[in-house]
Design a protein around this ligand. Structure first.
Ligand SMILES: *Cc1c(COP(=O)(O)O)cnc(C)c1O
Length: 223
C-alpha cells in the first residue's frame, strides 16, 4: 500500500473531528512529500535537528508538531515555526518555551504531557502536579504560551483494558480542566493514540492521534 492510500484510509476511519498527525521521524523528505501530495499537512517529529532540517526543505504550509522529549536548551531552534509542542512535561520547560516566545513576540501553542502509563521510561506531569499547576498564579503569567490540551502515551502492552483505563484517566483530567478559565489555557486537543492503540484512544475521547508506522511503514531505528 502506498503512503497516499494509507493516509486516505486513516482519514476515513478517523473522520473529520479528529486531527491526524503523521509521525515522520526517521523518514526521508520524499516520504513526507508523498503524504503532502495526499493532502496531509500536520506532521510530527521527535528530534529537534530533524524537525528543523525538514522544515527548511518542505512546503511552508506544513504544520509541524514536536512530539518528542524536549530539552530546554533546544526550544529556541523550533520556537519560530513550531505549530504545537506536545511533550511539555515540566513547568520549567513551559517557562523556557514562554521565554523564547517572548523574544519572538509569538504565542507558542503547547500540550501538557501527562504520565498515564505504568512504565518508568515515560515522561509527564502526574495528576496532582497537573491540577495544582493549572490553578497556579504562575500559569497566568506565562503569556507567550497557550496550553491547548493534554498529551498522553499509554503503556506498551497487549492488555487492551489497561490501555483503555489509561486513556480514560487522561480524558477525565481533560474534562476536569475544561472548566479552568486562565486566559492562556484552553482544553481543545486531547492527543493520545499511536499506530498500535489509536482505536482505543478514540473510544476514550482523544481527538488528536499521532500515527507513524501505519502511514510510512516500520522504522529502521527507534528513538
Ligand atoms: C513514534 C511516536 C509515535 C508514532 O508511533 P507509531 O507506532 O509509529 O504510530 C507517536 N507518538 C510518539 C510520542 C512517538 O514517539
Amino acid at each position: 500500500m502506498s503512503i497516499q492510500q494509507n493516509i486516505q484510509d486513516l482519514k476515513l476511519k478517523l473522520g473529520s473531528a479528529v486531527t491526524l498527525v503523521a509521525v515522520s521521524k526517521t523518514k526521508p523528505v520524499e516520504a513526507l512529500r508523498e503524504a503532502y501530495a495526499a493532502g496531509q499537512r500536520d506532521f510530527g517529529e521527535n528530534y529537534v535537528q530533524e524537525l528543523v532540517d525538514k522544515h527548511e526543505q518542505l512546503p511552508k504550509d506544513i504544520q509541524w508538531h514536536f512530539i518528542g522529549h524536549l530539552q530546554s536548551n533546544k526550544v529556541k531552534y523550533m520556537a519560530p515555526f513550531v505549530h504545537l509542542i506536545h511533550g511539555v512535561d515540566s513547568v520549567k520547560l513551559l517557562q523556557e518555551i514562554n521565554k523564547q516566545g517572548a523574544k519572538l513576540r509569538r504565542v507558542i501553542p503547547c500540550l501538557l504531557q501527562v504520565y498515564i502509563a505504568k512504565e518508568e521510561t515515560k515522561f509527564g506531569f502526574d495528576k496532582q502536579e497537573l491540577l495544582a499547576f493549572a490553578q497556579s498564579d504562575l500559569l497566568k503569567t506565562l503569556n507567550h504560551v497557550q496550553v491547548l490540551g493534554l498529551m498522553g502515551m499509554a503503556s506498551n502492552t497487549d492488555d487492551e483494558s489497561q490501555i483503555a483505563a489509561e486513556f480514560h484517566e487522561l480524558a477525565s483530567m481533560f474534562a476536569t480542566l475544561k472548566s479552568n478559565t486562565a486566559p492562556n489555557f484552553d482544553m481543545r486537543y486531547l492527543s493520545g493514540g499511536m499506530s498500535g492503540d489509536y482505536p482505543i484512544a478514540l473510544k476514550a475521547g482523544c481527538n488528536m492521534v499521532r500515527i507513524g508506522s501505519t502511514i510510512f511503514g516500520s522504522r529502521n531505528y527507534e528513538p
